[in-house]
Design a protein. Structure first.
Ligand SMILES: [Zn+2]
Length: 284
């Protein structure tokens, strides 16, 4: 930031006048305090100017120097704290710390002032550099950090809500195993809320483990031929090891191959896409 020499002089004089006004009065008791412009005040004036030059030099070299152009430092509209250089900020009615805008997507709009569509990210904040006109967009790194912090707020809120409902014990191996945490994480993947999944991942991370995937045995188990009864009807037949397509039918069929040893239920009967389209067409 370049400073005009005259602006600097004004600043020094302004500071010197303020110092002059609070300097201890050393004159005779029966006289009024001297004012800045009085001839007799020259000694005190010079002294005040000396202090002011030192003070202005010191503060303009401080990292917060950019704020000194303003009477008051810029503050966050939400929390009232002074903005620090490098803070991620958004412009609302005034300047706001990025995290003071809250963690929810509905608190934000896109560049066209429209609500955020699904899949549209919360816009990047600007980085406060003391000059509203020249603030720069947050870098990839700063935005990543902010997004993690923002997500952390939502995780904490969900954890707090769960604690209020009496849920506890994730950090106690006696109450909650790594397999339990893994199973709950996988269960919540299917339910679809990324915040729940993140919280279980956080718990696993803090317990120092990996996500244990359930053993594949929970899938289909083939029954032996002896378990098949006429009432089971047409089913899917297998010969282990499986190295050819399965056979669908029953041992009573004329084309029964005769060498299959195990069976699983017949696949679910699907809906016909053509019939579905026709039904939708006639409904309009
Ligand atoms: Zn704030």
């Amino acid at each position: 930031m370049m400073e005009q020499p005259t602006a600097k002089l004004d600043e020094i004089e302004q500071a010197a006048r303020a110092i002059f006004d609070v300097m201890p009065y050393t004159g005779p008791v029966d006289r009024m305090r001297l004012t800045w412009d009085q001839e007799e005040a020259s000694t005190q004036r010079d002294e005040a100017l000396r202090y002011a030059r030192a003070a202005v030099r010191a503060v303009t070299q401080a990292p917060q120097a950019a704020f000194l152009d303003e009477d008051e430092p810029e503050a966050c509209e939400a929390c009232g704290e002074a903005l620090q250089l490098g803070d991620p900020v958004y412009w609302g009615d005034g300047l706001l710390h990025a995290l003071c805008c809250g963690p929810e997507r509905d608190g934000f709009h896109n560049a066209n002032e429209a609500p955020l569509a699904d899949g549209e990210p919360i816009p990047r904040p600007m980085i406060w550099n003391g000059n509203q006109g020249a603030a720069e967009l947050a870098s990839d790194a700063r935005n990543d950090e902010l997004c993690v912090d923002r997500f952390g707020l939502v995780m904490k809120a969900k954890l707090a809500a769960a604690r209020c409902k009496g849920r506890a014990g994730w950090d106690d191996p006696a109450q909650c195993s790594m397999a339990d945490l893994s199973a709950m994480l996988i269960d919540h993947v299917a339910k679809g809320d990324p915040v729940d999944v993140a919280n279980f991942a956080m718990m696993l991370h803090n317990r120092g483990g990996r996500i244990e995937t359930p053993s594949p045995q929970t899938g289909l188990v083939a029954q032996p031929l002896s378990e098949w009864h006429e009432d089971d009807g047409f089913v899917t037949w297998w010969k282990f090891p499986v190295n050819e397509p399965s056979y669908i039918g029953s041992p009573l069929c004329s084309d029964w191959p005769g060498y299959h040893t195990h069976w699983t239920p017949h696949p679910e009967i699907p809906t016909n896409a053509d019939a579905l389209a026709a039904a939708e067409g006639s409904a309009e």
